[in-house]
Design a protein around this ligand. Structure first.
Ligand code: SAM
Length: 307
C-alpha cells in the first residue's frame, strides 16, 4: 500500500497547489451528496455521544469542509452557532440556503482564516483526507480550537480494503472522466446508499457519491494510532472513536488540553489567511487586514481564499 503523505518528504508546493485546485474543481462540479432531512437527522443523532447538548448550546462551532452543510444544519438545530468553511464555492452556495443563520467562509482547511483558540467545538467530516496535506490540516484545526474544546474528526481508515481499492482505481479515473461513467455503473451504488443513508438517491446524487469515493483527486488513509499521535503533538487528547460504516473510516473525538474559558460567548475572530495577521476589522461586508488585504461578503459568503 502507498504510504501516507505525512510520512513522506515535503511536497513540492506547486504540486500541492495544483492538487488543491483539482480538488476544488472536483467538488465545484460534484458537490458531496445532499440526502435531505433523513441525512440531517442521521448525522444529528450520530454525533450526539461525541457532542452532547451541553457542548453545543449557544457555543461557537466550526464545520471545516462543510460541503453543502447538512451536518452543520443538524448541529444548528441542536442550538450551536455555526460557522462553515469549504474550498468549493458551489457547495457553499447550497450551504448558504440550508444554513441561513451560519457564518460562511470560502477558504482552505490548510490555512484557516481564523485566529488561534477561536472555537468551542470543531467538526471535520470526510475532508482532511482530500487535502494535499492532512497533517497540516490537522494542525490548523487544532490551532483554531479553544482549550477544552472538542474536535470531531472523520478520516478514511488505513486498515481497510478501501485504501487498496482507491489506489488501484487510479488508472480508471485517469482514463475515464466521471461524467462518462455509464448510468448502470453509477446505480451499483444504490444498495450502499439505501443501507447506509436509509434512503435511495437519484442518479445525479449517486454520481456525486461515486465521485467522492473514487474520482476525487486525492484521498489519504490514516490509523487511529497515527491520529492519537498527531493529537499528542498538537496538545489534544483522543477520548473516543467509532468505526464508521463497514470500517472504511474512523470517527474520532479529541479534546484540546487546558481548561475552557469564556465558553458560550465567543465571537468569530478572523485573521488574514495570506499573512496570518489579525484579528481583522469587520465592517458590514468587509474584513480588512493591516497588510491591505481584505475579505468581501458576496452572496452571503466571505471570500477568504488566499490568492
Ligand atoms: C466528502 S465531502 C464532505 C462534506 C461534508 N463534511 C459532509 O460530510 O457532508 C468533502 C468536502 O471537503 C471539501 N474540501 C476538500 N479540500 C478542502 C480544503 N483544502 N479546505 C476546505 N474544504 C475542502 C470539499 O469541497 C467537500 O465539500
Amino acid at each position: 500500500m502507498k504510504r501516507n503523505k505525512e510520512e513522506e518528504e515535503d511536497e513540492d508546493p506547486s504540486m500541492t497547489q495544483e492538487l488543491q485546485k483539482q480538488t476544488q474543481a472536483h467538488y465545484d462540479q460534484y458537490p458531496f451528496i445532499e440526502g435531505g432531512p433523513n441525512r440531517i437527522a442521521w448525522w444529528r443523532e450520530y454525533l450526539r455521544d461525541f457532542l452532547p447538548d451541553s457542548s453545543l448550546r449557544d457555543r461557537l462551532v466550526v464545520d471545516i469542509g462543510s460541503g453543502i452543510g447538512e451536518i452543520a444544519r443538524g448541529l444548528a438545530d441542536r442550538g450551536a452557532r455555526m460557522v462553515c468553511v469549504d474550498v468549493s464555492r458551489q457547495s457553499l452556495a447550497r450551504c448558504r440556503e440550508i444554513n441561513p443563520e451560519a457564518d460562511i467562509y470560502h477558504g482552505t482547511a490548510l490555512s484557516l482564516p481564523f485566529m488561534d483558540n477561536t472555537f468551542d467545538c470543531l467538526i471535520c467530516i470526510g475532508v482532511l483526507h482530500h487535502t494535499p496535506d492532512c497533517r497540516k490540516g490537522f494542525r490548523e484545526a487544532s490551532r483554531v480550537l479553544a482549550p477544552g474544546g472538542i474536535f470531531v474528526l472523520f478520516l478514511y481508515n488505513w486498515w481497510n480494503v478501501y485504501n487498496a481499492i482507491y489506489h488501484a482505481f487510479k488508472p480508471v479515473r485517469t482514463l475515464m472522466p466521471l461524467e462518462r461513467v455509464p448510468r448502470f455503473v453509477v446505480r451499483l451504488l444504490q444498495p450502499f446508499a439505501k443501507k447506509h443513508l436509509g434512503q435511495p438517491l437519484d442518479d445525479w446524487q449517486l454520481r456525486r457519491l461515486l465521485g467522492d469515493k473514487l474520482w476525487t483527486p486525492q484521498a489519504s488513509f490514516h490509523s487511529i494510532r497515527q491520529i492519537r499521535r498527531w493529537g499528542m503533538e498538537e496538545g489534544l487528547t483522543m477520548t473516543g472513536y467509532k468505526r464508521f460504516y463497514l470500517g472504511y473510516a474512523n470517527v474520532m473525538k479529541l479534546v484540546k488540553n487546558g481548561a475552557a474559558e469564556n465558553g458560550g460567548h465567543r465571537r468569530v475572530r478572523v485573521r488574514c489567511a495570506r499573512w496570518g495577521q489579525g484579528p481583522m476589522t469587520r465592517n458590514e461586508a468587509t474584513y480588512a487586514c493591516t497588510c491591505g488585504h481584505s475579505y468581501l461578503l458576496k452572496e452571503g459568503i466571505w471570500g477568504c481564499m488566499p490568492e
